[in-house]
Design a protein around this ligand. Structure first.
Ligand code: ZN
Length: 68
Protein backbone atom coordinates (compact mmCIF):
# COMPACT_ATOMS: atom_id res chain seq x y z
CA UNK A 1 0.00 0.00 0.00
CA UNK A 2 1.36 3.40 -0.88
CA UNK A 3 1.40 5.98 1.89
CA UNK A 4 -1.15 8.74 1.73
CA UNK A 5 -0.22 12.36 1.94
CA UNK A 6 -2.20 15.30 3.11
CA UNK A 7 -1.65 18.33 0.91
CA UNK A 8 -2.44 21.83 2.08
CA UNK A 9 -4.63 23.65 -0.44
CA UNK A 10 -3.31 27.01 0.75
CA UNK A 11 0.48 26.65 0.93
CA UNK A 12 0.97 23.33 -0.85
CA UNK A 13 2.79 21.71 2.05
CA UNK A 14 2.62 17.94 2.22
CA UNK A 15 2.61 15.68 5.22
CA UNK A 16 2.25 11.94 5.54
CA UNK A 17 -1.28 11.08 6.54
CA UNK A 18 -1.58 9.73 10.06
CA UNK A 19 -3.73 9.89 13.13
CA UNK A 20 -1.95 12.95 14.53
CA UNK A 21 -1.74 14.93 11.32
CA UNK A 22 -5.27 14.02 10.34
CA UNK A 23 -6.74 15.40 13.54
CA UNK A 24 -4.75 18.63 13.47
CA UNK A 25 -5.30 19.40 9.80
CA UNK A 26 -8.54 20.79 8.46
CA UNK A 27 -10.61 18.73 6.06
CA UNK A 28 -13.46 19.63 3.75
CA UNK A 29 -15.43 17.88 1.04
CA UNK A 30 -15.56 19.90 -2.15
CA UNK A 31 -18.61 20.30 -4.33
CA UNK A 32 -17.05 18.10 -7.01
CA UNK A 33 -16.71 15.20 -4.60
CA UNK A 34 -13.00 15.63 -3.92
CA UNK A 35 -11.52 16.25 -0.52
CA UNK A 36 -9.23 19.10 0.41
CA UNK A 37 -7.06 19.63 3.45
CA UNK A 38 -5.32 22.55 5.10
CA UNK A 39 -2.32 22.41 7.40
CA UNK A 40 -2.76 23.63 11.00
CA UNK A 41 -0.99 26.94 10.30
CA UNK A 42 -3.12 27.82 7.29
CA UNK A 43 -6.29 26.64 8.97
CA UNK A 44 -5.46 29.06 11.76
CA UNK A 45 -4.37 31.93 9.57
CA UNK A 46 -7.03 31.70 6.88
CA UNK A 47 -10.48 31.19 8.31
CA UNK A 48 -11.77 31.19 4.71
CA UNK A 49 -9.55 28.32 3.58
CA UNK A 50 -12.57 26.15 2.83
CA UNK A 51 -13.87 28.76 0.40
CA UNK A 52 -10.42 29.01 -1.14
CA UNK A 53 -10.40 25.26 -1.59
CA UNK A 54 -13.83 25.32 -3.20
CA UNK A 55 -12.97 28.11 -5.61
CA UNK A 56 -9.57 26.72 -6.55
CA UNK A 57 -11.18 23.36 -7.20
CA UNK A 58 -13.91 24.71 -9.45
CA UNK A 59 -11.68 26.99 -11.49
CA UNK A 60 -8.39 25.12 -11.37
CA UNK A 61 -6.60 28.34 -10.46
CA UNK A 62 -5.48 30.03 -7.29
CA UNK A 63 -6.08 33.65 -8.05
CA UNK A 64 -9.81 33.60 -8.61
CA UNK A 65 -10.69 34.27 -5.01
CA UNK A 66 -11.63 37.91 -4.95
CA UNK A 67 -14.30 39.99 -3.33
CA UNK A 68 -14.89 42.72 -5.87
ZN1 ZN B 1 -0.69 25.34 4.65
Amino acid sequence: MSPLYLRCVVCGRQQADGILSRSSWGHVSLSDGKNASACPECKDKHSDWEQRAQSSSSTGGETSYQSA
